[in-house]
Design a protein around this ligand. Sequence first.
Ligand SMILES: C[S@@+](CC[C@H](N)C(=O)[O-])C[C@H]1O[C@@H](n2cnc3c(N)ncnc32)[C@H](O)[C@@H]1O
Length: 320
Amino acid sequence: MERDKGDAPGTLHPKRPGDAKPTGKTELPIPTGANGAGQSPSNMFNPSILAKNIFADPSYPAFRSKILTNTGLDLDLYKSNQLQRRLNSIIHRHGATDLEAYGRMLEENPQLLHKFLDFFTINVSEFFRNPDKFTFLQETVIPGLLREAPVLKVWSAGCSIGAEVYSLAMILSELTPGRRHQIIATDIDRRILERAAGGLYRSDELKNVSPQRLTRFFSQEPEGFRLKPELLRSVTFRYHNLLSDPFERGFHLITCRNVVIYFTAQAKESLYERFAHSLVPGGILFVGGTETIFQHRAIGLENLASFFYRRLPAQSGKNP
Ligand SMILES: C[S@@+](CC[C@H](N)C(=O)[O-])C[C@H]1O[C@@H](n2cnc3c(N)ncnc32)[C@H](O)[C@@H]1O
C-alpha cells in the first residue's frame, strides 16, 4: 500500500500469514556516496545546519507544504525543537546539503517520502508497555466499564505496530471469552498499519507477554511469533491523522500513549479535548507516563489514577 495523499482513509484487514514481515524501524544508512568520503567540500553536508534554525530557512514553507500534501503531516503542529533535531538528522542521513536540497531529493524520488515518514514518526512499541498499568486496566478499569456496557468500543490512537491494541484485545478476550467488542486502532503511518494487521512480532516486543498468553494467543513461526486469527480478527486497523481527521464518538476506552510527546502544547490541548468528547460519560482515556493533562477538569475529565482519566457526565466541559 502506498502512502499517497490520494489514498482514501480505509480499513486494513488482517492479512494472510506470510504477507507481513516485521520491519521495525527502518534505519537509513549514513550515506557514503553523494556526501561521503572523497566528495567535493561544496557538496558535503554542513554540520553547522544542525544548529541552524530550520524555520528561518526560506525553503521551509515550501518544504512543509510538500510534506503536508504528500503525507498529511503538518510539521507546524510538532514541537519545534524536536522537529528541528529530527529534520536536521534526516537531512544528514540522506546526504543532502540543506533543506532545499533534501526537498528536491523528495521530489525526484517519492520513495524517500516513505523513509521520511518512517524516520519522522517513531514507531517503537511493545506489548503491555508499563505492565502495572495493564494490570490496573484488567483488574479495575475494564471490569468497571463492562459493568456499564457488555460490549465495549475501544480505540488505540497512534497504535504503531499494534502491540498496544492487541494487549487490550487479549485482556478483553480473557475477561469476556467469545464476546466480540468493537476495537479500532489507527495511525498516520500506513506501512506500520500493514505490519500491525499482519500480527508478526519479534521476541523483544513480547518481553512482557506471559508464557500463558504466548501459548494461548500466538503461534511460533520461523520469523517470530504470530497472533492467532481469533485475535487478529478482533481489531480493525485504519489510517487516521489525529491532527486533522474527524473523530468518531461513543468510545468506552481510548488509549493514546507516547504519541503526543512530539506535538505542540496547543495541538495536545485540542487533541485531549476531542478525545474527551469522543468518550461516553464514564469512558476512560489511557495516556502515557509523561502525558499529564493539567487542565483535565476544563475538558470534562477527572483523574482516575496516574495515566487514566475518566469522562465526567455530559454537562461537564465545553463542546469542541
Ligand atoms: C511511539 S509510537 C506509540 C505506539 C503505542 N501507542 C505505544 O505507546 O507503544 C507513536 C505512533 O504515533 C504515530 N503518530 C504520530 N503522529 C501521528 C498523527 N498525527 N496521527 C496519528 N498517529 C500519529 C506514529 O506513526 C507512531 O506509530
